[in-house]
Design a protein around this ligand. Structure first.
Ligand code: NAP
Length: 256
């Protein structure tokens, strides 16, 4: 039996085949999970439809802008109707206005701060609240984060602050939901060349920097995020909650 046989999950954050969410969804699927997907707006529908369709023509696909409570409510209403229950949720969603991801952090506007935190951090709380009632058999919530939450990474700016809020939210959610056997963890990924990453000024240099300085002397592969995502989703990680697991070829341990 595979690690996730019989598990039902919902995935937020597939934009295209390079998305980290897609790498983790593929790994979850290969491990036996049945998945539903969400997409933000009509612009991405076709992309996600095509990818999700490779898991079978009946794969559930729903629109969800995570800043809209009514869309979140509808996702969990439909998932509840179709699946009856839920075990896994992947939060792989982040956004900050482009001009906040270059130049000085000092110039972060109130609006950029609000949007970054709403989309990238508050959404985990809103999704957890929607998912928890369906996770009567226990569950695993997984969110994607980055080391810019802990240390200054030039240009990452307000997204680093939002990721710090996301990681702290995961810990508070882990405390609230632990008695219901719902675990909440984050994967802190090294840089991966995706749509969102290309919005960060100097991203290509970041890839080179990791390759030169990480103990493993390379960048992380999407399938390696999938493998850790599968472990955290599975009962193998039944005693792991509230954690940030670094999947970054060891970069995080370096002082210099
Ligand atoms: P991606 O493929 O661009 O995925 C980001 C996703 O967030 C997209 O599907 C995007 O949809 C979605 N999103 C943005 N605003 C949203 C909203 N209001 N409602 C619903 N969805 C929304 O990039 P990615 O690199 O895989 O990012 C996934 C996660 O990994 C993010 O949390 C990111 O911070 C994290 N992460 C990435 C790296 C990296 O180097 N790539 C490293 C560590 C952590 P749209 O395209 O429509 O905006």
């Amino acid at each position: 039996m595979s690690l996730l046989t019989g598990k039902l999950g919902v995935v937020f954050g597939v934009a295209n085949k390079r998305s980290i969410a897609w790498a983790i969804a593929q790994a979850w699927h290969q491990a036996g999970a049945t998945l539903a997907f969400t997409y933000q707006g009509e612009r991405l529908k076709e992309n996600v439809e095509e990818l999700a369709g490779t898991f079978g023509p009946d794969t559930l696909l729903l629109p969800c802008d995570v800043t809209r409570d009514e869309e979140i409510a509808r996702v969990f209403a439909v998932v509840g109707e179709k699946f009856g229950k839920l075990h896994l949720l992947l939060h792989s969603v982040a956004f900050a206005p482009k001009d906040a991801l270059e130049g000085a952090f000092l110039n972060t506007s109130r609006e950029a701060f609000r949007v970054a935190h709403d989309v990238s951090a508050y959404s985990l709380i809103a999704l957890a609240r929607g998912a928890a009632p369906l996770m009567a058999e226990g569950g695993s919530l997984l969110a994607m984060t980055y080391y810019g939450s802990q240390k200054v990474v030039p240009h990452y700016n307000v997204m680093g602050v939002a990721k710090a809020a996301l990681e702290a939210s995961a810990r508070y959610l882990a405390y609230d939901l632990g008695p219901r056997r719902i675990r909440v963890n984050c994967i802190s990924a090294g840089p991966v060349n995706t749509l969102a990453a290309r919005g960060i000024a100097g991203f290509t240099d970041m890839l080179k920097h990791y390759e030169a300085h990480a103990p493993l002397k390379r960048n992380v592969l999407p399938e390696e995020l999938g493998a850790t995502g599968t472990f955290l989703a599975s009962d193998q990680a039944a005693a792991v909650t509230g954690q940030v697991i670094y999947v970054d070829c060891g970069y995080q341990i370096m002082g210099m």
